[in-house]
Design a protein around this ligand. Sequence first.
Ligand code: BG6
Length: 488
Amino acid sequence: MGIEKRTFKHGFLWGAAIAANQAEGAWNLDGKGPSVADAIPIKSNLRVTDYNGHNAVSDEDIQSALNGVNNIAYPKRRGIDFYHRYKDDMALFGEMGIKVMRVSIAWTRIFPTGEDSEPNEIGLKYYEDLFMEMHKYNIEPLVTLSHYEMPLILSEKYNGWTHRNVIDAFVKYCNVCFQRYKTLVKYWLTFNEIDSVMRHPFTTLGFREQKSTPERYEQDIYQALHHQFVASAIVTRDCHQIIPQSQVGCMLTKVTTYPRTCHPSDVEITLRKNLENYFYSDVQVRGYYPPLILRSFELRGITIQMEPDDLEIIRQHTVDFISFSYYMSVTESVQDNAERTPGNTVFGVKNPYLSTSEWGWQIDPIGLKISLIELYDRYQKPLFIVENGIGAKDIVEDGKIHDSYRIDYFRAHFEQMKEAVNEGVDLMGYTSWGTIDIISAGTSQMTKRYGFIYVDQDDEGNGTLNRLRKDSFYWYQKVCETNGEDIR
Ligand code: BG6
């Protein structure tokens, strides 16, 4: 008798993913406070080199964002008006047949300043209605508690997560959410792409470079990260207590990283890059700081201030599953003049064997399989791909969008997922990114589209906001219906 081929398990969670700050709009309605995302302007003419570094936002930028009435420059403030249109959008998702939908809660809808004594009832009710609407279509919510936004006021007052008080503010916000949504939400994620703190600390930590010094820069960011690790462990504990059937995951940016050549120096630099890449999940999955990272802190003169219980809290409250985004891979090289390529918050060395998206992100389906195998072998915990997709310019012809390039991208990735599952990887679900076109996180463009559902809006906010089904909509519908069997 032959060996049975393994495929996606029964109840595999096929789904969709968006984030509040890129979709909802209504940035200052119904009591919502300003978040860091509301102060980030559009960058449509981004040069390749601009993707590098920490995307610094100055105090003056923030002041002018707050004073400015020119909302055109701040597309995340308007999103795709998901705030008002979510019922119609959920009907479309229901028609697509998805089983899970990843959304995030905007912290500032619940606590506008982050430290208000009482939560904002209108904000709480909004998400309650949203989750109930999902259940109407048998769609399970998967909720990120912090997706690239935090109260702007906490960023100003404390230099974001560098201050320990932010842990208490976050824990309070999360507990309010767990209590309110305990019958509606089972799957939770704490911090989106927690490993990206060094790459863009303003969006992830509310960190202002001007409030630090070049000497303290790394120290401050790792301190802020430590506070997020502690906060994540505390809320994992609280979530398990308040919602016993809940499952809490960490969320990583998985940019598979290869050596550019087999020269031992390229292999070594890649090894170091991957030690850093795995540090974040090591803490959240294994429950301790890896010894090599601690030693590297020591060698770099970085000292993290910790309270006596911090390490014990981190040890005891590890995550139930590992979620990650996957768009691309990069290579590393010691050659200073190696050609570089932009990507998902990274700026790696170009791989001559890969093609790229219109935004230069390298397309590497095999890299997804490699990541799945690496992560599962390292941790043996269920994996959940919670972002994947290709940003592309779509053309509407007679009300139709023939996006065969998008279908090709997904098909190639699903083939690799199937292979990983057959090889024994425990994959619990998959949510495509920006399943309905939303504002780009990196550039704030609308025309960088990821969706199966088209939204009629341009970069300046012109358009009817009408939704259209792309060809890929029907293709993904078939994927969901056949549990990934039919990906032709
Ligand atoms: C991920 C983020 O890094 O990449 C998303 O979690 C983001 O918020 C996605 O939208 C794609 O990046 P971009 O810059 O093309 O929107």
